[in-house]
Design a protein around this ligand. Structure first.
Ligand code: GCB
Length: 606
């Protein structure tokens, strides 16, 4: 009897806590229909649609029924139903709710989304529903049945719906909850807007029953002469012949997957044109199995460090970067289309950048593809930000999962050269362990890229020390440094500071900067003026040029962005004004200061 109870408890807890599966590689190239568009929604601050009046979750009840996901209409005139998706207002997907409805601008909590769609499922096919991101926690239901849940506001997730998909009308319901919580990743305190909702694309994809689930096709570590990686097939027919064809490079490679559906790939290559910002060459790559076929566009490059140098394809480079949030200031809100993303990267190119820091969380898969295409190297990051719950094992698991998902999804993008495991995390024993484990995790998942974190520094007089123990494990030294803004006096006082950096590695400064309200002018000592910000940049360059290992930087930040931490009614109005471009797209003076500095650096490294 006891055994039975334990079994039953296990069954229900596992059943109800079913998490999303790992996502397939390259969703947009599969046969799919888009589930973007207008979704009806119900705002649910008390989570009435999820819990009954005793606060028991409906989807954990005996029948699993009772929540808004049933998407019910009254059966007859006597029937009581207290919600109605059909007559509820709608939101655009992709898109956060805050920027679409004035009354949701500051809303944090649960919102129910519903999308009706038609399907014609075929026998012998597999169907998945794929969300490119929903912030923060998503509970997903198809035709009244729970598919599972996902945590993490910036990573993709999917569910197999082969069994539940109906011929004709289907109802897809998602409860998205963006409540901030101390033990989550990120935690309650950040410096960006907590945009909620289904913020990225949603797809229904049709796959063959046995399908190409994943692949990695990249140059081997430090080796311009070999493509290495793997193919992973899922389904019943695991042992298959596989062909990888890269026509333009004259490559046709045949192999077989084993009984686990796996094949390692090692392809010797000659005369490949290597991907670089100057020549962002992408090759058409066709992968064919006996049951499936996928096409991709992939660039080939190596990235490594040697002493204080960063080597791209074996050649020393300087990372002329800028930091970017996943926000279009002109909405303002989360980007809704590829054009929004392209606008941000076009600004970075105008600044003469060859590199961007996509802060502080995983950005859209499409952003990485655009960076590939436009020739921008990328620092990609997870939202391990400030004061995470270092001692909670669940928090670590969550952070490690988000890091894994980021690396798995974007591993074929040549643009991505750095995985960052976190930002400005205060040194302590539990933090060192947590962050150290994340570094090991990143390295175990991908040994071909660099691993970094934005560290903190401390000062003694005019000496700035960078000696965080985590630096030992990282490939480059990166830190956020706010001389002239949070410390260090006015801009002209900046050059007196000298750096003592413990590690003989390349230094890539992850943040520096100060704020200015576009159009506000004055002298160089007056805060918030464009002149102050410009002088801050000019004097930073004087100071930073003294660091002999300086190999790059990503000043904070490309564009002004919304933040609840920035209430000043005249200068901020809930915007962080450290952008080089204003919220209306106007370039501030500092934009041109950085641009001309980068022009000089570019010549030096040409
Ligand atoms: C930082 C944070 C960044 C903030 C920035 C600021 O160090 O990493 O997220 O927005 O400072 O403006 O204070």
């Amino acid at each position: 009897m006891r055994k039975f109870i334990i079994y039953f408890v296990l069954l229900i807890t596992c059943g109800f806590q079913s998490y999303a599966q790992e996502v397939i590689q390259n969703i947009s190239s599969r046969k799919n229909i888009s589930l973007n568009g207008r979704w009806n929604y119900i705002v649910d601050p008390y989570q009435n649609g999820y819990f009954d009046y005793r606060r028991m979750a409906f989807d954990e009840s005996e029948t699993g029924n009772g929540g808004y996901y049933d998407d019910k209409q009254p059966k007859d005139k006597t029937d009581l139903v207290e919600y109605d998706f059909d007559h509820s207002p709608s939101l655009n997907v992709p898109g956060d709710w805050n920027s679409q409805k004035e009354d949701l601008k500051l809303y944090e909590g649960a919102v129910w989304y519903r999308r009706l769609f038609n399907a014609t499922p075929q026998k012998g096919k597999k169907y998945i529903i794929y969300f490119a991101a929903a912030n923060y926690e998503a509970h997903v239901y198809l035709n009244g049945k729970k598919l599972g849940m996902h945590k993490g506001g910036f990573t993709a997730f999917q569910f197999d719906v082969t069994e539940l998909l109906k011929l004709g009308a289907n109802s897809l319901v998602v409860m998205v909850d963006n409540t901030r919580k101390q033990d989550e990743v990120p935690t309650i305190n950040t410096d960006w807007w907590n945009y909620g909702g289904i913020t990225r694309d949603v797809y229904l994809a049709e796959l063959p029953d046995t399908y190409l689930a994943d692949y990695k096709i990249q140059l081997a570590k430090n080796n311009l002469k070999e493509i290495s990686g793997f193919i992973q097939i899922k389904g019943n027919q695991k042992e298959q012949k596989v062909t990888i064809n890269i026509p333009e490079a004259g490559i046709k490679f045949n192999t077989n997957t084993n009984d686990k559906g796996y094949a390692a790939i090692n392809i010797p290559v000659k005369n490949l044109i290597n991907w670089s910002p100057e020549n962002p060459k992408l090759y058409q790559v066709n992968i064919k199995t006996e049951t499936d076929a996928v096409e991709d566009k992939i660039g080939f490059r190596t990235i490594s460090t040697k002493g204080k140098d960063i080597l791209l394809n074996g050649k020393s480079v300087f990372l002329r970067g800028i930091a970017i949030h996943d926000e279009n200031p002109l909405i303002p809100g989360r980007p809704r289309s590829e054009a929004d993303l392209r606008m941000l990267l076009t600004w970075a190119k105008e600044l003469n950048c060859n590199y961007v820091r996509l802060a502080h969380y995983p950005h859209n898969e499409k952003m990485m593809r655009l960076a590939d295409e436009m020739g921008l190297m990328v620092w990609a990051e997870v939202p391990v930000y400030w004061t995470i719950s270092w001692e909670n094992p669940e928090t670590y698991k969550n952070a490690a999962k988000q890091l894994t998902d980021l690396i798995e999804l974007d591993k074929n993008r040549a643009s991505v050269i750095i995985w960052s495991v976190g930002n400005e995390t205060p040194v302590s024993e539990p933090r060192n362990k947590f962050m150290g484990n994340l570094v090991d995790k990143a390295k175990s998942l991908d040994d071909t890229r660099l691993v970094a974190a934005a560290l903190e520094l401390h000062r003694e007089g005019n000496i700035v020390h960078v000696d965080d123990v985590l630096g030992e494990k990282l490939d480059i030294v990166s830190f956020n440094e706010y001389a002239g803004w949070y410390w260090g006096g006015t801009p002209k006082e900046i050059p007196q500071y000298k750096f003592e950096i413990k590690y003989p590695k390349p230094v890539v400064i992850s943040e520096l900067g100060g704020a200015a309200l576009a159009g506000f002018h004055g002298d160089q000592d007056t805060r918030w003026t464009e002149e102050y910000q410009e002088a801050l940049y000019e004097n930073q360059f004087k100071m930073l040029d003294q660091i002999d290992g300086l190999r790059g930087m990503t000043p904070w930040i490309l564009v002004d962005f919304r933040s609840p931490r920035r209430p000043h009614p005249i200068y901020q109005n809930f915007w962080n004004r450290k952008g080089l471009i204003s919220d209306t797209g106007v370039k501030k003076k500092a934009f041109f200061a950085l641009k001309s500095y980068y022009e000089k650096v570019e010549k030096k490294y040409a």
